[in-house]
Structures are given as structure tokens and as C-alpha cells.
Design a protein. Structure first.
Length: 504
RNA sequence: GACCCCAUCGUCUAGUGGUUAGGACACUAGGUUUUCAUCCUAGAAACCGGGGUUCGACUCCCCGUGGGGUCGCCA
């Protein structure tokens, strides 16, 4: 089994692309076949090396790997279409010499006018075949005069049938397909031709691609027949639609994988999410790692109907995977988002046996110059692990740990419209007396204090009269992790300082 | 418009002739709770319409309807 993923480097890797790549990857891995990455850059004007780089980088980030490709080579290379002109030339010449393709000298203006006319009388827009039966003498003459031309395929009248791996029997009547353009010149094929030749030359056995390419399939089969190629097996995946049911595009928000990555979506989330856009295992399991997907994936279970991209589900999954992460790993992932701190590069290095890289073992709070350790950061991140939906949120959520001065409206300190003065006084006094600054002890003392206080002011067991002002004093926010947990991480000195400031 | 594809809660979907039509996200209510989350419990929520076939259709067939895709010297 040999599959391919053939992006065109005219844009970055987006949701749709990545889903197709993933499905190809899953099938190949399951069936122990080979996946080929082929770069379809026949459109030299729109193709850019930076897009190819983006595609490669992000596929790898997702954990999608291939066996042959421009970056790693392979025995059926080159893997960029722009480097395969010699191969195409041979086939294009053959098509012309066998009279299965022909030169067309019609100008774009002429073609356009033709199309306009056909539209105006409600006919399907098709090429008139004007150049189809031009004499060899005339062709030679025009070629000699350097008249611009393209090469068209001589589409025969017949019915094309094929069995789609996902959709079953599909029929097309080629009467509705005109003599489509297959090359700009003898060495510059257009999409349909290049794909067909490459799939054959690269011995591709299965083609898994988006449903949007379904109308191209009969054209490619026609070319295969003209060139004497075998026909691979086709499977057309449902398209991905935006919430308004139109094709997913930029106006629906972010579509680039890179954007999701930067926003703090985990690759586990994206893989799990993408897999369920068009596939499901048939039972109630919904959480899947890439390994489990490889094990359970099958074409029979892939969906025929279009899937709608649902951001809420993506967020839910991301929160789920964040909660499951090991705290050390989660902290590593969050550090790049923490813009109020910077790493302190140690002068010593790991011993050669451990890689010899420079060692970062501390971080510096930019505003205060204070040095903090990785384990300390773990504690901070740990406070927010179950509240985080995307990594980027960590910046705002934990900013109060790294700010010298908190700025907030003092009115926020009131719990149920009560002046917080006495509560803060009691807090300060109590905190001052606490010797052992550990969560358990703090919890015990502050719980007692808050219950006593509530009783004293006739508010039953409502601990908010102490806890709310404490939260606001420490964080300046109206929602946060638990104030006692925060105090424990913040330390006695800073906690007291912030409580005192709240009183002013 | 032509061709092709598709059709179960708002969304992703399970279901392959007989089910109280199941799950998840989102939503609502309640519980836990100092806030926000998490967690737990409960709830509301669907077979596009019409004809067949059949003892019996969400399931099979046909016709509508709706949605989507494609109609480039782009891929």
C-alpha cells in the first residue's frame, strides 16, 4: 500500500489539509504501507518555499510522518513537481504523437467570450474544440510563428465508472467533460496531468483526498487510460464546513494549524479533533491518541457527509488534554507564553553524556529581578491546570505572580457590599502569626478564621467575607484559583504585603 | 444553470427491518464550593417531506426538498 499527501505550497497547512494528511497517515500506519509527501508546485507563481516549510514543520509537529518526500528522499523522487519536468515531457509528447492531446492556440479572450455566450444561453460552459482537428501543417506553421498555445486533452465520449472506497459506485458521463487543458507546454503539465503521471510513476495504490476533488477523478482516469496506466483506488473524504455550512475558510476564523499551535492548542487535541471530522470508531469512545487511532482507524467507518468545524468541541478537548498532562510537561509548554519572566541561562552545561546543552534552571521575573525556579513555576501552573482551555490563557491568568504592583478597583474587595476593612485587619493579624507557611496549615488557620468571622458578623458559615477580599488582595481579579492555594505559593512576605496594600 | 455528492438532537455522531433511537460537545437545573473552573446528578433536545416494498420502516427503493462540492492556461 502506497499513499501520498500532495499539498500545493501556495498556502500554509490548514485544517482541511491536515485532516487529509492525518487520514492518509492513519491508513498507511495501520496497513504498514508507505506515505509519500509530494509537493505540487507546478504553479511557479503562487508556490513559495516558505509555505512548503510551514507544511513540513506543522505536519511533523502534529506527529504525522512520511516515508518518502523532498526532505528525506526516496527511490521514486524527485518529490517536487517542479523537478520532474523530464518525466512529464515524455508522457506529454506521447499523448500528442498518439493524437490523444492537441495544441490549442485559442486566446484567453476568445475562450472567455465563448464562455460568456454559453452562460447567456444557459448551456454548460465547454471548450468548443476549435483546435481539435487542426491540420498538422497549420499546427507547424503556428508553432513556427511562436503563437502562444496550451495542450488540451482529447476527451473521448464514454462513461467513467469507479468504485470509491468511501462512497461506492460513482459514474460520470464524459460528454459533460470538455477538452480540458493538461499542459502549458511540453514540459509544463497542469494539475490533472501532473498528478496522474506522478501517482503512476510513484506507484501510488490508494488515493485518499477531499471530496472537492471528486469532479477531477474522471479526468484523471481518462488520462490513465490514454497513457496505459493502471487506476489506483480512490476514496473521497467529506469536506469540512464552517458553522454556517459553507466551505471552511478564513472568514470563519483561524484555519492555519500554526495559528492553533500558537494559540495553545495541544497536538493531541488537534489530532483527536481532526480524526473525528469524518471518522468515528462506531462505539462510544471519543478520546483517542494517535496510536489508538492507528489501531482503530478504518475506511469503512469514515463518514460520507460533510463535517462542521466545531470550535467548542475543540476547546473542550483541549481542556481535557491539558488536565491530563503531567505538570512538568505542562509547565514546559506554558513557559513560552509567560512574557513577564525570562530564562536565566546557566554558565555551566550538562555533562557531555547528557547532551552537553546549556542548562536553564532558573527564571527571572522581569519587573522585580527576582529569581524563581522551575519547580516554583510548576506550582503556579498547577493552580491553573484545570482551568486552562488553551495555553495562551496562562499569561493573563497568572500575571499577578509576576507583577510588582497589582492594579484593581478597591471596590472589588467588597464581598456582598460589605466594607472589607475589618476582614483585612483580621487577615493581616492572622497571617502574621502563622509560622508554618504550608498549604495544609494555612488552610486550617484561614478556614477557622473565616468561619469565626462569618459567625461574628452574623453570616452563618459564609466564608466569603474573608476569602473574597483575600483573593482580590492577592490577585486583583474577580476569579482565580483558590486564595489559600495562591497564598501558599506566593509566600508569607508577598501575601502580607498585598493584604496590607489592599487596606489603603 | 449543469454535473457530482450528501441528509438522525443546535453540533459531531451510534444505529445496517422490530431499540424507551444511545453517547459526546454546547445548553438548562441541582449538588460540591470563597470566585472561576473541575467534578457529580438530573433535564430539555433528532430520524427533511411524499410515495412505495414489507406483518413491520430511521434503516431498503423511487420522487421531491434541502445542504454542500465542482465547473480556470489554480491545485
Amino acid at each position: 500500500m502506497r499513499l501520498r499527501f500532495p499539498p500545493s505550497p501556495t498556502g500554509v497547512l490548514h485544517i482541511g489539509n491536515a485532516r487529509t494528511a492525518l487520514f492518509n497517515f492513519l491508513l498507511v500506519q495501520k496497513e504498514k504501507g508507505n506515505l509519500i509527501l509530494r509537493i505540487e508546485d507546478t504553479d511557479q507563481e503562487r508556490s513559495k518555499a516558505s509555505f512548503e516549510q510551514d507544511i513540513v514543520t506543522n505536519l511533523k509537529w502534529l506527529g504525522i510522518e512520511w516515508h518518502e518526500g523532498p526532505d528525506i528522499g526516496g527511490q521514486y523522487g524527485p518529490y517536487r513537481q517542479s523537478e520532474r519536468e523530464e518525466i512529464y515531457k515524455k508522457h506529454i509528447k506521447k499523448l500528442i504523437s498518439e493524437n490523444k492531446a492537441y495544441y490549442c492556440f485559442c486566446s484567453p479572450e476568445e475562450l472567455n467570450a465563448e464562455k460568456q455566450y454559453q452562460m447567456s444561453i444557459g448551456k454548460p460552459t465547454q471548450y468548443s474544440q476549435k483546435c481539435r482537428s487542426m491540420s498538422q501543417v497549420e499546427i507547424n506553421q503556428k508553432l513556427k510563428e511562436n503563437q502562444p498555445f496550451i495542450i488540451r486533452f482529447k476527451t473521448p465520449d464514454k462513461e467513467i465508472k469507479f468504485s470509491d472506497l468511501i462512497r461506492g459506485e460513482i459514474k460520470f458521463d464524459t460528454k459533460l467533460i470538455d477538452d480540458f487543458a493538461i499542459a502549458k507546454s511540453v514540459e509544463k503539465p497542469l494539475y490533472n496531468l501532473a498528478v496522474t503521471i506522478d501517482d503512476f510513476e510513484m506507484k501510488i495504490s490508494h488515493i485518499l483526498r477531499g471530496e472537492d476533488l471528486l469532479p477531477n477523478t474522471p479526468k484523471q482516469i481518462l488520462i490513465q487510460e490514454a497513457l496505459g496506466f493502471t487506476t489506483p483506488l480512490y476514496g473521497h473524504l467529506p469536506v469540512i464546513l464552517g458553522p454556517d455550512k459553507s466551505k471552511l475558510s478564513k472568514r470563519h476564523g483561524a484555519t492555519a494549524i500554526e495559528e492553533y499551535k500558537n494559540d495553545g492548542y495541544l497536538k493531541e487535541t488537534i489530532i483527536n479533533f481532526l480524526a473525528f471530522l469524518g471518522w468515528n470508531p462506531g462505539d462510544e469512545k471519543e478520546i483517542y491518541s494517535i496510536k489508538e487511532l492507528i489501531k482503530d482507524f478504518s475506511l469503512e467507518k469514515t463518514q460520507k457527509s460533510a463535517a462542521i468545524f466545531n470550535l467548542e468541541r475543540l476547546n473542550y478537548l483541549n481542556g481535557f488534554y491539558i488536565r491530563k498532562k503531567d505538570i512538568s510537561e505542562l509547565t514546559q509548554l506554558c513557559i513560552p507564553y509567560l512574557d513577564l519572566i525570562e530564562p536565566v541561562i546557566a554558565t555551566e552545561q550538562y555533562p557531555p553524556a547528557y547532551g552537553g546543552q546549556q542548562l536553564i534552571h532558573n527564571y527571572k521575573i522581569k519587573e522585580t529581578g527576582e529569581t524563581i525556579s522551575f519547580p516554583y513555576l510548576e506550582k503556579i501552573i498547577g493552580l491553573y491546570q484545570e482551568r486552562l482551555k488553551k495555553l495562551s490563557e496562562i499569561t493573563e491568568l497568572t500575571s499577578y505572580f509576576f507583577q510588582k504592583e497589582l492594579s484593581y478597583d478597591k471596590a472589588l474587595l467588597k464581598w456582598k457590599e460589605r466594607d472589607p476593612k475589618d476582614a483585612l485587619d483580621k487577615l493581616e493579624k492572622e497571617l502574621n502569626n502563622i509560622e508554618e507557611w504550608k498549604f495544609d496549615n494555612l488552610n486550617k488557620k484561614l478556614s477557622e478564621l473565616s468561619l469565626d468571622f462569618a459567625q461574628e458578623i452574623g453570616e452563618g458559615k459564609n466564608r466569603g467575607y474573608i476569602m473574597w477580599p483575600l483573593r482580590v488582595a492577592l490577585t486583583g481579579k474577580k476569579s482565580s484559583a483558590g486564595p489559600i492555594e495562591i497564598a501558599a505559593v506566593l509566600g508569607k512576605e508577598k501575601t502580607l504585603e498585598r493584604v496590607k496594600k489592599a487596606k489603603k
